[in-house]
Design a protein around this ligand. Structure first.
Ligand SMILES: Cc1cc2nc3c(=O)[nH]c(=O)nc-3n(C[C@H](O)[C@H](O)[C@H](O)COP(=O)(O)OP(=O)(O)OC[C@H]3O[C@@H](n4cnc5c(N)ncnc54)[C@H](O)[C@@H]3O)c2cc1C
Length: 447
């Protein structure tokens, strides 16, 4: 009798768990083990800022599945257990002085927060946010905090800053670049977000670099651009880097971005060759940018889950491919929805693309319909008029437009085609001429 194969997955996050459940749905016999070094799993980290802001009643709501659910599916989830070593030649992994064999291995170890080399970063009162456990610590610290500082005005930094603001705290944000959300917005669009947050009394310092965190036992001050600010909690939110220690130790190829290199099927590479029975997916993997054609890192849950499904398909023998990404993303900061897809102007120039730009300000509803909101759209194209990026800001209607532009970027659409595309209309939810079309018309000189 043939023994069932053993699928071993390291990581129980947005990438690892979908591999387990998709494979199980198709194959009732395969043995599946998922190992995570965390206590909590199958939860949505993306909801954390909205629990802290009070929009979601409790952290329990973020936990989507429990151990029993996976037990009933015949998936063995081992928690609070750190894998120490992968031995590819031996098809085994080691943890807690145990060694277990696999037939198929999936590395889905995620990313870890970047800790900039700032003196005082290890002081009490300094936090990073990467897991539910981190969120619990921040929640506990918030009960006595008065004037928190967030280093980094990215999506998570701003969502958290707004959550702190809603708690009635005096919030300060420190951002090194000259505008907020610098990875997804150009300065002119970032300034719209800045104005909105400033109007809520959030103190934002752009073009400002944190140089020291000061305090005896606990943080009391933060030094930036020569100024010292009083603060009793610091959240460092300056991005993440792929968690690849295990992969490096196993001799798996790591790319220039610091992420695991895979082939199109998401198999890892070793000594220049794809390893047939070892896959990697999620934030530990490097991907290809659809515009620059260069390797990049996606720190998005939406990318992680899509990769998990591709890996599951390949394990089931489907020959599935993970293509280049345009990274559609959206942040919700207070009432504002901020979406972006493709590259920013700065990134385009960095990669030798000469960007053309068209901007439009419209309304989310017919002019006469109550409670319409301003909507700001910016489209970027290359000199051949292919769309390379889009940024949209409004209090409603952002996601649909970003997702539509993601599809168009994927199909190498020109702004001429966007300018004549058909869009739907009803007074309570749109204006007759969509602002996307107005922005595209600006680039081609039609307006
Ligand atoms: C506050 C916050 C808000 C976010 N908001 C959004 C959003 O709105 N939209 C969006 O698209 N993305 C968002 N993200 C990003 C998204 O959560 C991540 O992209 C996603 O979780 C990555 O999935 P992953 O499976 O690659 O990694 P993770 O979910 O981090 O999982 C990694 C797993 O690997 C395990 N692991 C690592 N090393 C070992 C080891 N040696 N042994 C055992 N286990 C190990 C960990 O325990 C964990 O289970 C947000 C993230 C945060 C923190």
């Amino acid at each position: 009798m043939n023994m069932p194969k053993h699928l071993l997955i390291i990581g129980a996050g947005a990438a690892g768990l979908p591999v387990a459940s998709h494979v199980r749905r198709k194959d009732k016999d395969i043995e599946i083990t998922v190992i995570t070094d965390r206590e909590y799993f199958a939860y949505s980290p993306c909801g954390i800022p909205f629990v802290l802001s009070g929009n979601i009643p409790s952290f329990d709501s973020l936990i989507l599945r429990n151990e029993n659910y996976y037990k009933e599916m015949g998936i063995n989830v081992i928690t609070k257990t750190k894998v120490k070593k992968i031995e590819i030649d031996d098809n085994s992994v080691s943890y807690d002085n145990k060694k277990i064999k696999y037939d198929i291995l999936v590395i889905a170890t995620g990313a870890k927060p970047i800790a900039p080399p700032i003196p005082g970063i290890n002081l009490k009162g300094v936090y990073f946010l990467n897991s539910l456990e981190d969120a619990f610590n921040i929640r506990d610290a918030l009960s006595s905090a008065k004037n928190p500082t967030i280093i980094g005005a990215g999506a998570i930094g701003l969502e958290m800053a707004h959550a702190f603001l809603k708690k009635g705290l005096k919030v300060r944000v420190i951002e090194m670049k000259d505008h907020v959300l610098p990875n997804i917005l150009d300065k002119d669009m970032g300034d719209i977000v800045y104005e909105y947050l400033s109007s809520l009394n959030m103190e934002i310092h752009t073009s400002t670099t944190a140089s020291a965190i000061i305090g005896k036992e606990k943080v009391t001050h933060l030094k930036a651009n020569g100024n010292e600010y009083e603060t009793d909690l610091v959240l460092v939110s300056v991005g993440v880097k792929p968690n690849v220690d295990l992969a490096i130790d196993a001799g798996i190829e790591i790319g220039s971005t610091g992420g695991i290199v895979t082939d199109a099927s998401l198999r890892v590479k070793r000594k220049g060759k794809s390893v047939n029975n070892v896959y990697a997916c999620g934030n530990c993997v490097e991907v290809t940018d659809i515009i620059t054609h260069k390797s990049t890192i996606s720190a998005l849950g939406s990318t992680a889950i899509r990769q998990g499904i591709v890996v599951a398909d390949n394990i089931m023998g489907k020959n599935s491919v993970f293509g280049s990404i345009s990274s559609p993303s959206i942040a919700v900061v207070g009432e504002l929805e901020i979406g972006s897809v493709g590259v920013t102007k700065e990134k385009a120039i960095e990669y030798g693309i000469v960007p053309l730009e068209g901007k439009a300000k419209g309304l989310t509803r017919a002019r006469y319909y109550p409670r319409g909101e301003d909507i700001y759209v910016k489209i970027l194209s290359d000199s051949d008029y292919r769309v390379i990026g889009t940024q949209v800001i409004s209090k409603e209607g952002v996601k649909g437009r970003i997702d539509a532009m993601s599809l168009l970027i994927g199909r190498k659409t020109t702004v001429h085609q966007v300018a004549i595309s058909e869009t739907s209309y009803a007074p309570p939810i749109s204006s007759v001429l969509d602002p996307l079309i107005m922005a595209a018309r600006k680039i081609i000189g039609a307006d």
